[in-house]
Design a protein. Structure first.
Length: 275
C-alpha cells in the first residue's frame, strides 16, 4: 500500500503539472489567437480560461481595447513652408477581424509601427499640402477634419478603427514665425490707427454739429428779435406816440406855434386824441 502511494504521488504531480501547463487565460478586453504547430486557426478564443495541448497549441492575446498613439511628423504647406506637428490618435483593432489582422500584420505593436505610423505621416503630408501655413492655423478644425478623414480611410483598409484624432500643435521655421509676428504687430498698429482716425472723425463731426447748432441758435435769436422789432414798428400808432410824450411830460403847458403864427391848444389836442 505504501509502495502504491509512493508511485501515485509522482503520477498525480505530473497530471497536475500537465493540467496547469495546459491551461491558459485570455485577458479581459482581448481575444485569443490560436496557433497549432505554428498554424493560425480561423476562430479566436473569447475571454476566460481555456485548455490547450502544451507544445502543440499556443494562444496569443490580442487587445481589442481602445489604445492611444502619438506621432511627430513634418510636412510642407501649400505655400511650401515646412511645418511640424504632433498627432494623437486613439484606435482599436476590429474584433471581428482580429485573426486576419494577426495573420497579415502581427501583434498590436507591429500594427502601430508598420501600419498606423506610416499612415499618419502620409495623411499629414496630403492634408497640409492643401492649405497655406496661415490657413493651417486659422482653419485648424477644417485641417483636423481633412486629416481625420484621410487616416480613417487608410487604416480601415487594415481593419483598424479610428475613434479620435487630435492635432496638438503646429510649428513653423523660426523665420516664418518672426514674419507672422511682425505681420500681426503691423495689423494691430493699422487697426489702432484706423480706430484713432474714426475717433477723430467722430469728434470733428460732433464739434461741427455743436458749432452749427450754436450758429443756428444765434440766427434764430436774431430772426426773432428782428420779427419783434418789425411787429413793434407796425403796432406803433398815434396813441403810443402820444403815450410816450405824456410819459416824458413835466406837467407844464407847452406853447406850440403852428403855421402862420397860430397857437395850438395842447388840451384840445388831448381831447381830440381821447375821442
Amino acid at each position: 500500500m505504501k509502495t502504491f502511494a509512493k508511485l501515485l504521488k509522482p503520477v498525480l504531480a505530473g497530471l497536475l503539472l500537465a493540467g496547469l501547463t495546459g491551461c491558459t487565460q485570455v485577458d479581459a478586453g482581448s481575444l485569443g489567437v490560436v496557433m497549432k504547430w505554428g498554424e493560425i486557426q480561423d476562430v479566436a478564443l473569447q475571454e476566460g480560461i481555456h485548455f490547450r495541448t502544451p507544445v502543440k497549441t499556443q494562444i496569443i492575446n490580442i487587445s481589442t481595447r481602445v489604445h492611444k498613439m502619438e506621432a511627430s511628423a513634418t510636412a510642407s504647406s501649400k505655400d511650401l513652408q515646412v511645418v511640424s506637428t504632433k498627432i494623437a490618435l486613439k484606435y482599436r483593432i476590429d474584433a471581428t477581424q482580429i485573426v486576419e489582422v494577426f495573420r497579415n500584420i502581427g501583434t498590436r505593436m507591429i500594427v502601430e509601427n508598420t501600419i498606423i505610423d506610416p499612415a499618419l505621416q502620409e495623411s499629414l503630408k496630403q492634408a497640409t499640402a492643401q492649405y497655406t501655413a496661415e490657413e493651417l492655423i486659422t482653419k485648424r478644425q477644417e485641417v483636423k477634419a481633412t486629416l481625420g478623414d484621410s487616416i480613417k480611410v487608410t487604416l480601415a483598409k487594415s481593419d483598424i478603427l479610428v475613434t479620435e484624432l487630435s492635432i496638438t500643435d503646429f510649428q513653423f521655421a523660426p523665420e516664418y514665425q518672426q514674419a507672422v509676428e511682425a505681420k500681426q504687430v503691423a495689423e494691430q498698429r493699422a487697426l489702432t490707427a484706423r480706430n484713432d482716425l474714426a475717433r477723430i472723425k467722430v469728434e470733428a463731426e460732433q464739434a461741427e454739429a455743436k458749432a452749427r447748432g450754436t450758429a443756428n441758435a444765434m440766427l434764430a435769436r436774431a430772426e426773432a428779435e428782428a420779427k419783434a422789432q418789425e411787429l413793434l414798428r407796425k403796432t406803433i400808432s398815434a396813441e403810443i406816440v402820444y403815450l410816450r410824450a405824456v410819459e416824458k411830460w413835466d406837467g407844464k403847458q407847452p406853447t406850440i406855434v403852428g403855421e402862420g403864427g397860430a397857437i395850438l391848444d395842447l388840451g384840445a389836442i388831448k381831447k381830440a386824441a381821447g375821442r
